[in-house]
Design a protein around this ligand. Structure first.
Ligand code: FUB
Length: 464
């Protein structure tokens, strides 16, 4: 056992896996698009395949948090198969979703199979996790060169807009139905104006196939409004990209360049994200290539907290490993906690399906997960219960307090259940070693143990 833990700790510290950034460790999740609804922040992300050597993206995933440190996988609600018009199995690129009058609208970009050009599409559902349907059966925009990276925004007067574009920036007013345009697509013609979008950059023009001085604006627009000012955050500067922004007092411009807000992402030539205010605090999401085995085609979502300057400008936001230092809430262990909720983890996967029922899988000996801000209150729970399914003998879940090397307070020795689909709630007594106080708020680690190969699937846990 000691040997296993030592190896796990060594691997974890080598991979930087104790860090909070990236925030999702089970899959590669680029192009994060946060959205706040009631007390929950939903994170709509793309998905780089584990073996991607170039962009290899087939589906879109959803995560959520209520405390900014523990993230719950909410499924893989849409894929290229949701959009009959799209090239199947690839080019599931950046997206953003929004709720209006109880319906959820998930704007995506994909490749129009007929023309081979980029196009914006939309899927609609009654809940953030779906089920989603493409109400149009065709792209929302006519396909176009550079028609990627949609960003949706609803103004105070209820008028909704969709912005998008790589090496070009376009927008359109959305009708109230949110799935059709009111009027023509408008091109932002000031992209080469340095006052509007920053200094021109020498880069490749893919349409003309030559290097030339071009706009600093690259792609990935993210539109929002704050105190009457419209903000447009975007990937800038060509490849490698950094993040910059422009502002305006009118959604139709003119735009004024605001400056660089994030540097070139670590180990990724793209950067993409957006900001959101959650529980009175501002957060900027982005992606990098910093997960183990990550790079420019295997990217992972990250987040930094920041404060707007007094004049409304966005400061330069440094990258951190620790991410959100102060949780925006606590996790209640006396309720059912989904196993696919974690602050960080090592070696784990979730399923990859739509719907609301999800589980943690690909659990091997020495893998672990960490939960932050777990509030035990002033009670001392007597049991740790884990709902698991496996046909294998000899697996266990150790519950450790405050650190992966911290005191073991319970061990569920898993009794085989006859098959991975036969989930059963299994229990262990909580025994506090001398001097260990469980009351109040703690980090909690689960260390998974067993023999060779995948051990079990894990549905949820609780204490009582
Ligand atoms: O993830 C595929 C593409 O890379 C996105 O659409 C761009 O914004 C860039 O992040």
């Amino acid at each position: 056992m000691k040997k296993i833990l030592f190896a796990t700790l060594a691997m974890a510290s080598m991979s930087g896996a104790f860090a909070q950034n990236p925030i999702i460790s089970t899959w590669f999740t680029p192009d994060p698009a946060p959205y706040v609804h009631n007390d929950t922040l939903y994170l709509f992300v793309d998905h780089d395949e584990d073996d991607a050597q170039y962009f290899k993206m087939k589906d879109w995933m959803l995560y959520s948090t209520t405390d900014m440190v523990n993230w719950t996988y909410r499924g893989t609600p849409i894929s290229t198969a949701t959009f009959g018009w799209a090239t199947q199995g690839d080019k599931a690129w950046a997206s953003q979703a929004i709720e209006r009058n109880g319906k959820w609208y998930w704007y995506i970009c994909a490749q129009d199979a007929k023309s081979g050009m980029d196009a914006i599409g939309v899927a609609v559902a009654d809940s953030p996790s779906g089920p989603y349907k493409d109400p149009l059966g065709k792209p929302l925009s006519a396909p176009g060169f550079g028609y990627i990276d949609p960003s949706v925004f609803i103004d105070d007067d209820g008028q909704a807009y969709l912005f998008w574009g790589n090496n070009g920036l376009w927008y359109a007013r959305l009708n109230d139905d949110m799935v059709s345009f009111d009027g023509d697509v408008i091109e932002v013609t000031s992209l080469n104006d340095e006052n509007a979008f920053g200094p021109l950059v020498m880069k490749q023009d893919y349409r003309l196939n030559k290097r030339m001085l071009k706009t600093n604006y690259e792609e990935g627009p993210w539109v929002f409004k704050r105190n009457g000012t419209y903000y447009l955050v975007y990937a800038a500067g060509g490849v490698p990209e950094h993040m910059a922004y422009s502002t305006s007092d009118n959604i139709n411009g003119p735009w004024k360049y605001g400056g660089r807000i994030m540097d070139e992402a670590e180990k990724s030539f793209t950067i993409h994200g957006g900001s959101v205010n959650f529980k009175g605090r501002d957060f900027m999401f982005y992606h990098n290539g910093m997960l183990p085995n990550g790079d420019g085609f295997r990217r992972a979502s990250c987040v930094e907290e920041f404060k707007f300057n007094d004049d409304g400008s966005i400061p330069h936001i440094p990258f951190t490993r620790h991410g959100v230092a102060t949780p925006a809430g606590t996790l209640d262990p006396y309720k059912r906690v989904e196993a696919e909720t974690m602050a960080s983890g090592f070696g784990l996967k979730t399923d990859r399906k739509a719907g609301d029922d999800h589980y943690l899988t690909s659990i091997n000996n020495g893998d672990w997960l960490r939960l932050r801000a777990v509030d035990f209150g002033d009670r001392v729970p007597r049991h740790f219960k884990a709902c698991v399914g496996t046909a294998k003998e000899g697996s266990a879940i150790q519950l450790r307090l405050d650190a992966l090397s911290g005191p073991v307070i319970a061990t569920v020795n898993i009794v085989p259940t006859g098959g991975v689909d036969k989930y059963q709630l299994q229990s262990a007594e909580i025994v506090l070693p001398k001097g260990v106080d469980l009351s109040g708020v703690h980090d909690v680690y689960m260390l998974f143990q067993g023999g060779e190969g995948e051990l079990f699937d894990f549905d949820y846990w609780t204490v009582e």
